[in-house]
Design a protein around this ligand. Structure first.
Ligand code: AR6
Length: 179
């Protein structure tokens, strides 16, 4: 499924974020940039050790929740990995919504600053960080669409959803965005 916004588009695909042939893929990282499971585990394993070597060197203090940093992508097909830190879901009263939107916007800013024409996102915070999927999908798509309406880049924003429930939640949210 695809939505055009000006000259740009948002698309939803099933698959594995690490295999995307785009300028930048986004990692669902933690604040210490220390690696882990899920998306982060796959990216670090397939991309090789140079990714974490670079983030250790350039960002020794890690990355705040709601923000993002960028590195090269080691052995992955992408040029860059943008490490975005989403919030841990704690019931919704600790500013989780705003922090999730901010993580997406920060990643979009870095992609645009680095001249990326295409960027692929996972459903940040919806795995180990337990953010409710439907709410996360609305926030992610609103944040990305808002950025594209303003800046019209990157040209392509792809959401790569690993399973059926994630794809369904994002499809529903994208349909609402077009109404
Ligand atoms: N491609 C696309 N989506 C995936 C993939 C993949 N290869 N693998 C998992 N997902 P998570 P978080 C989906 O846990 O919730 C790590 O340990 C998954 O089904 O990767 O932001 C970090 O180091 C889920 O919908 O990220 C942090 O400590 C979504 O991607 C912590 O987990 C995000 O799940 C971050 O937790």
């Amino acid at each position: 499924m695809q939505l055009r916004i000006g000259a740009s588009s948002i698309e939803l695909v099933p698959g594995d974020i690490s295999e995307q042939q785009v300028d930048a893929i986004v990692n669902a990282a933690n604040g210490r940039l220390s690696g882990g499971g899920g998306v982060d585990g796959v990216i670090q394993r397939k991309g090789g050790p140079t990714i974490m070597q670079e983030t250790d060197q350039r960002y020794p203090g890690g990355c705040q929740t709601g923000s993002a940093v960028i590195s090269r992508a080691g052995n992955l097909p992408a040029k860059y990995v943008i490490h975005a830190v989403g919030p841990i879901w704690s019931g919704g009263n600790l500013g989780e919504d705003g922090l999730l939107a901010s993580a997406f916007r920060s990643a979009m800013e870095l992609a645009a600053e680095h001249g990326c024409e295409s960027v692929a996102f996972p459903a940040i915070s919806t795995g180990a960080y337990r953010f409710p999927l439907d709410e996360a999908a609305d926030i992610a798509l609103e944040a990305v669409a808002g950025f594209l309406r303003k800046y019209d880049q990157p040209m392509l924003v792809r959401f790569v959803l690993q399973d059926g429930p994630a794809l369904a939640a994002f499809t529903n949210a994208l349909e609402q965005l077009t109404e």
